[in-house]
Design a protein around this ligand. Structure first.
Ligand code: ADP
Ligand code: ZN
Ligand code: ZN
Length: 742
């Protein structure tokens, strides 16, 4: 007999592209907020998240269906939930999709997520063993074992008896034994890594951060490459983790950075359980590591952008390495920026956050150097201006004027000579090609025809080895034609430079040199990059040819020359962030030269040696370059002085795109005139640089405001209007807040 007549209703978030949540009957299940549930939805079962338990619904109760299952695990704690709720609002993305896509894949699936959890057991202090009845022989045996060895893992206990699980449960219930989850700490490392004697700047940085813990405080650790930023993170973390249970989240841009950083953290902070979270993990590893973070068992989490949402009950510090890196921005689904999310998280939790970079993003630099924005928490600026290793001087940077020293097959005679010298001395060289620079395209010398993709506004790239033309945007491939489809000429040749072609050219100039290429094509497998790095360290490679994959974080002590092949296209790009990005990339790649005792040299081939960017680079003066760019941005009223949102749309038929964007633009203008202030600028729809992609015609509409608040006021009223537009359901469209690319 049930006394409670009013039904229990669960309000549930689902992973569906609808801007609402759903009511279900509890079906007799008891569940906590944040639990995962299974519910019937549109003829199938879906995993959802319990948001609220209530007594009434806006829908007729008799029409509500019961939930079919409740999982035991609680996926979200209050803080993570609040963070994702904030993000769903800020990025105008459905809450259910925001919540569920932040989970490891295994937790998004219907089947129970089992991970191999390991536990360790110990006797509680003052355990009263006389409580155990004498005839319970097994319990006594386990106690004896625990008295001999204070901590026993599940595996050890299995040796005592196969019935140990039941026995341990009894001992736990008697209050005699403590159970602790153990986190697998892979491959213990040589303990040769002793902390170096810190220099004054490092000490100053560490002391500043540690003086203001347990409160929200953003720090920018601005330090040139090799200045010992990682050392600073490690020592701050060491202190923070002395607090009982404290956890630390370390965000890194891309996965190829993690092995080195991970190894350093593991060896220096070996007493603390550490897990990583990134896309190279298997799904079961990812689940296990996520669970270790969310139970508090893992004290250090190193992860890429998505890990900013990992529940960590005792989070006391966030560190973001290479904070300027573009890979912190999610480019589909909920288009969040992990730096901004991390900042919100630190503020919500009242903890410090340290952003580190040799070339901070202009957003961060602005926040750290501009004291006028009094309403915001001022970032503390910590500078490391010297290379940490004694005698490791900064490299000398020169431009090679390609007007005076013309290139042949992409290489100027000066650069070839410099390479030859390194080969003679047994030193290593790195040739860097900007991925954004152009790749070899197939060109007809008679009629100037160029092979292009039929589905994208892009040229097809020549892959000589496979004898194919490929589109790098949609994946379209075809054979290299024998004659020009336009005029029949058989004299077709590739123009432009890319890694493959450069590798071939080098091999023909230096037939005995050991050359290796590093790009997405050659580094497909998980271990390829690590294998290559090992070879470089053992000096089994003379010349490395690569894209920005190489530019990051790697230490090459025998590398003394960096050549930069083709960056000029980025100098005059229509994207207002192009020069900021190029500067960061070139600084970083220059940092690869001369990290040890050997001095490095950087040679940049360019037709514009007088360009301000190169002048700043030659004097390695990030500060003056950043301040100059900030002034430019102020004049143009571009971010960080203003805030953007971009409405993107695509369809097979461009008319529909245009119609949608025009109507959306008009509706925004109406809202501003009738309900709000004219504090948001609505531009006219335009076509992006890549007008057509994968057969879809594209367009976009830019919104600009002087404050995030003004922009959000409009978006809140405007997004529902956009969804209601009749053409909205016929096309693909999305909103990008604080877009990085246009
Ligand atoms: P960053 O992260 O700024 O590039 P790292 O922390 O990787 O710099 O430091 C570069 C190198 O200098 C590393 O090999 C590191 O062990 C070493 N190092 C860092 N701090 C010191 C120091 N105070 N004295 C000597 N060597 C140091
Ligand atoms: Zn032709
Ligand atoms: Zn294409």
């Amino acid at each position: 007999m049930s006394l409670n007549l009013s039904p229990v209703i669960f309000n549930i978030a689902l992973d569906v592209p609808l801007n609402r949540t759903f009511d279900y009957l509890s079906g007799g299940f008891v569940a906590h907020i944040g639990s995962r549930v299974v519910v019937p939805f549109a003829g199938r079962n879906l995993v959802g998240i319990l948001l609220e338990v209530k007594q009434t619904s806006d829908y007729p109760v008799e029409k509500l269906k019961p939930v079919s299952h409740v999982f035991e695990d609680v996926a979200f704690d209050k803080d993570t939930f609040k963070l994702l709720k904030f993000c769903a609002d800020y990025y105008h993305y459905p809450l259910g999709q925001a919540l569920i896509s932040s989970l490891p894949l295994r937790l998004r699936q219907l089947k129970p997520a089992v991970s191999r959890k390991a536990f360790a057991y110990s006797l509680l202090p003052n355990a009263d063993i006389s409580k155990i009845p004498a005839k319970k022989v097994l319990l006594h045996r386990i106690i004896t074992a625990l008295q001999a060895t204070p901590v026993l893992a599940s595996g050890d206990l299995a040796f005592v008896s196969s019935g140990w699980r039941k026995a341990i449960l009894e001992l736990k219930n008697l209050g005699l034994v403590d159970e602790q989850e153990v986190v697998a700490v892979k491959g213990s490392l040589p303990t040769s890594s002793i902390a170096p004697q810190l220099n004054d700047e490092q000490n100053q940085a560490i002391e500043s951060v540690l003086a203001l813990t347990h409160q929200f405080k953003p720090w920018l650790l601005y330090g040139i490459t090799g200045s010992g930023k990682t050392e600073v993170y490690i020592q701050i973390i060491q202190k923070i983790l002395q607090e009982k249970n404290a956890q630390v989240l370390v965000l890194v841009p891309e996965i190829n950075l993690t092995p080195q950083l991970e190894a350093r953290f593991r060896s220096r902070l070996s007493q603390y359980p550490l897990v990583t979270l990134h896309s190279n993990l298997s799904e079961s590893e990812r689940l296990q590591n996520w669970q270790a973070a969310s139970t508090g068992a893992a004290r250090i989490v190193i992860g890429t952008r998505l890990s900013v949402f990992t529940p960590m009950p005792h989070l006391k510090l966030i560190v973001m390495d290479e904070e300027h890196d573009g890979s912190y921005k999610q480019q589909d689904g909920m288009r969040y920026h992990a730096r901004d999310v991390a900042m919100v998280r630190a503020k919500q939790l009242n903890i410090p956050i340290v952003l580190g970079s040799a070339t901070p993003s202009l957003e961060t630099w602005f926040n750290a150097t501009n004291s006028h924005n009094a309403h915001k928490q001022q970032y503390g600026l910590l500078s490391l201006t010297q290379r940490a290793v004694e005698n490791a001087a900064l490299p000398n940077i020169f431009c090679i004027d390609t007007a005076k020293s013309p290139t042949e097959n992409g290489l100027s005679p000066l650069l070839v000579n410099a390479l030859r010298e390194r080969l003679k001395r047994g030193e290593q060289s790195l040739l860097f090609i900007n991925r954004r620079g152009y790749a070899p395209v197939l060109h007809c010398g008679a009629c100037q025809w160029i092979a292009s993709c039929s589905r994208c506004s892009a040229r097809l790239v020549v892959h000589l080895r496979q004898r194919r033309l490929k589109c790098h945007h949609c994946g379209h491939e075809q054979k290299i034609p024998l004659q020009c489809p336009n005029c029949g000429n058989t004299d077709l040749y590739p123009t432009g430079q890319a890694t493959q072609r450069l590798e071939q050219t080098l091999q023909s100039i230096f037939p005995t040199a050991r050359i290796a290429r590093v790009d997405r094509d050659s580094m497909r497998s998980k271990d390829a990059l690590n294998d290559l790095l090992t070879k470089v360290h053992h000096q089994e490679i003379d010349i490395l040819v690569g894209t920005q994959m190489l530019a990051k974080g790697h230490d090459f002590p025998h590398l003394t020359l960096v050549g930069v092949i083709d960056t000029d296209s980025a100098l005059y790009s229509p994207d207002f962030r192009a020069s900021e990005r190029l500067f960061a990339q070139l600084m970083q790649v220059s940092g690869r030269a001369g990290r040890a005792e050997k001095a490095g040299e950087v040679l940049i081939q360019t037709a514009f040696p007088q360009h301000a960017l190169f002048q700043a680079l030659r004097s390695q003066n990030y500060v003056s370059f950043a301040n100059e760019l900030l002034q430019e941005r102020a004049t143009m009223q571009f971010p960080p002085m203003s805030f953007f949102a971009l409405l993107r749309a695509e369809a097979n038929d461009f008319n529909q795109v245009q119609q949608f964007l025009n109507k959306a633009g008009n509706s925004a203008r109406e809202l501003l005139t009738n309900y709000l202030k004219p504090d948001v600028m609505i531009y006219d729809p335009v076509r992006p640089q890549m007008e057509r992609l994968k057969g879809m015609e594209r367009g976009q509409l830019l919104l600009q405001a002087n404050s995030r608040a003004a922009l959000q006021r409009l978006l809140k009223l405007w997004m529902p209007k956009c969804r209601e537009l009749p053409v909205a359901s016929k096309i693909r469209w999305s909103l990008d807040i604080d877009p990085l690319e246009f």
